[in-house]
Design a protein around this ligand. Structure first.
Ligand code: GSH
Length: 267
């Protein structure tokens, strides 16, 4: 039976899962939920993802949401080749890296996208949010560089979980012009040559650059309230902590910022 992944090519969380599936040679199909970004959820998507978020995996009768839980499922269901290191402390180290990317670093890309792509702020406000983001990125890059240390890969001696959890997020920041140098830069160049990573990055780029919908049209959808950005957990915190409280208040007022809809308990 074919594995179905509800996904969006630009989602770093979806990219984590696709890299793992590709590395393990597991065939899968992807589906973009039609209403993603609006707050509405089609029934089939809601039953796989009660929070209405991608990625969500469907394996026969089994449905799983959240990229980290999906990665654990993939590891349990298809153990070979193993993507986590063997040593318990190393496994914990890699999972901490994953958590740091998922809950801290992603918020920076997402916040930059709010400013640059969705035009949430201009003038001094935009400048100060951008400056906060640049400082944070510099410090995350220093941290990642030291986490890598003398290892060739975040996972240890070979590519694995630690790498597939970092690459999508650093590539996201590169997309905003923050190109790492030193050990981190060399590692990124190396992993981006891997087939699995190259495939998901290519899919993201072709959506970003080949999209039929222009930035002006996206902004128009946002202005009219048809497209509502979800400010869930770390994203809301990031925007406020980085000086964007007014961005949040204006978006709530215009109805183009929303929080997560109630968890779909009826599916
Ligand atoms: N913790 C979740 C986060 C997933 C997430 O935030 N997905 C975003 C896209 S990157 C989403 O689907 N948002 C729903 C929306 O904007 O409507 C995971 O690891 O899978």
């Amino acid at each position: 039976m074919t594995i179905l992944l509800y996904d969006h090519p630009l989602s770093p969380y979806g990219q984590k899962v696709k890299i793992a599936l590709l590395e393990k040679g597991i065939g899968f199909e992807t589906q973009l939920p039609g209403d993603l970004g609006s707050g509405a959820r089609a029934a089939d998507f809601a039953s796989a993802s009660p929070r209405g978020e991608v990625p969500a995996l469907v394996d026969g009768d089994v449905t799983i949401f959240d990229s980290s839980i999906i990665l654990e499922y993939i590891a349990d269901r298809w153990p070979e080749p193993a993507l986590l290191p063997e040593d318990p402390a190393e496994r914990a180290r890699v999972r901490m890296l994953e958590d740091a990317m998922d809950t801290h670093v992603e918020a920076i890309s997402w916040g930059l996208s709010e400013i640059r792509n969705f035009g949430r702020a201009d003038g001094e406000l935009a400048k100060s949010i951008e400056a906060a983001a640049a400082d944070q990125i510099a410090s995350w890059y220093r941290w990642l560089d030291s986490e890598l240390g003398e290892r060739p890969y975040f996972n240890g001696s070979a590519f694995g979980w630690g790498d597939l959890c970092v690459a999508p997020f650093v590539n996201g920041l590169v997309g905003f012009g923050f190109v790492p140098d030193g050990r981190l830069g060399a590692w990124l160049a190396m992993v981006n040559e891997r087939d699995s990573v190259a495939q998901v990055t290519e899919a993201a780029k072709s959506l970003a650059f080949g999209s039929a919908i222009s930035l002006d049209a996206v902004r128009e959808l946002l202005e009219s309230g048809q497209f509502k950005r979800e400010y869930r957990d770390h994203r809301l915190e990031w925007m406020i902590a980085s000086g964007g409280l007014d961005v949040v208040l204006t978006g709530l007022d215009k109805g183009n910022i929303r929080f997560n809809e109630p968890f779909a308990t009826d599916h």
